[in-house]
Design a protein around this ligand. Structure first.
Ligand SMILES: Cc1cc2nc3c(=O)[nH]c(=O)nc-3n(C[C@H](O)[C@H](O)[C@H](O)COP(=O)(O)O)c2cc1C
Length: 210
C-alpha cells in the first residue's frame, strides 16, 4: 500500500528539504517504508548521503501542492527530531523518523528500504475530503508536466476543478488555483476554469456518428 505524505531531509548546507513522497508501507502500523524517489530528486540525493529523514502524514494539501513544485511561500515551522538526524513538520498529523538500511539505484527511480526508528502523533487528521484528494492529484500532475501530454493534464484538471468547487474550503481552492496557474505556465495551456468556460463541441444528435 502506498501512503502519500511529506519527507523532510537535510541538504548539504544544513537547510531542510521538504518534498511530497509516496512510500510503500508494510501495514497500518508502519514499521518500514520503501521510498521510491527519482535519483534526480534532492530527496534521493540527501537520503543517499545522510540515510536519514522524517516521513509525515498530513492533511495540509496546500503544503503538499507548494512543496511538490518547490514553491513554498514560507518555510513551515520545524521541530528538531531528538532521536534521529532530521526535522519534524510541527503542523503534521503524525511523523515517522527513518533510517535507510538498503539502497537499490539500478533504475532511475531508486528503491530505499527504511526502518522507522522513532515516531509521534501531533494532531488529528481532518478526514476524507474530495477537494483535498483533488489537490493531491493536481500536485502529482504538476510534477509531471514534462512527461504527460498537455491536453491530458488539462482534461484531468478540469475534472478535478469540479471536486474542489463542490467540496473545498479556502485552503483547497487556494492550493488548486496555485497549481492550475503553475501548470498553465509550465504547459502554456489555458487554466482549468477558462477551459470549463470554453464552448464545448455540441453533443451529436441521436443516431449521428460522433
Ligand atoms: C502526493 C505526491 C507523491 C509523490 N511521490 C513521489 C515519489 O514517491 N517519488 C518521487 O520521486 N517523486 C514523488 N513526487 C514528486 C516529488 O514530490 C517532486 O518531484 C518534488 O519536486 C521532488 O522534490 P525534491 O527534488 O526536493 O526531492 C510526489 C508528489 C506528490 C504530490
Amino acid at each position: 500500500m502506498i501512503l502519500e505524505g511529506i519527507v523532510t531531509t537535510v541538504n548539504v548546507d544544513g537547510s531542510v528539504n521538504i518534498s511530497p513522497m509516496g512510500p510503500v508501507v508494510d501495514d497500518e502500523r508502519i514499521d518500514r517504508l520503501v521510498l521510491r524517489p527519482y535519483q534526480t530528486s534532492v530527496t534521493c540525493q540527501n537520503l543517499l548521503r545522510t540515510r536519514q529523514g522524517v516521513f509525515h502524514v498530513t492533511d495540509d494539501v496546500e503544503l503538499i501542492a507548494r512543496a511538490a513544485v518547490d514553491r513554498l511561500d514560507e518555510v513551515p515551522t520545524l521541530l528538531r527530531c531528538e532521536t534521529a538526524q532530521g526535522w519534524i513538520l510541527a503542523d503534521a498529523c503524525r511523523w515517522f523518523a527513518f533510517e535507510v538500511r538498503e539502497i537499490d539505484t539500478s533504475a532511475p527511480r531508486a528503491r530505499l528500504r527504511a526502518e522507522i526508528v522513532d515516531r509521534g502523533p501531533i494532531r488529528d487528521f481532518f478526514g476524507f475530503n474530495r477537494a483535498k484528494h483533488a489537490v493531491v492529484e493536481a500536485a502529482i500532475l504538476a510534477t509531471r508536466t514534462a512527461i504527460l501530454p498537455a491536453a491530458e493534464i488539462a482534461g484531468e484538471l478540469r475534472r478535478l476543478a469540479v471536486l474542489v468547487e463542490k467540496t473545498g474550503g479556502t485552503a483547497e481552492r487556494r492550493a488548486f488555483d496555485f497549481l492550475d496557474s503553475y501548470i498553465r505556465e509550465a504547459t502554456g495551456t489555458l487554466d482549468a476554469k477558462e477551459i470549463a468556460d470554453e464552448p464545448q463541441p455540441a453533443a451529436p444528435a441521436a443516431g449521428q456518428r460522433p
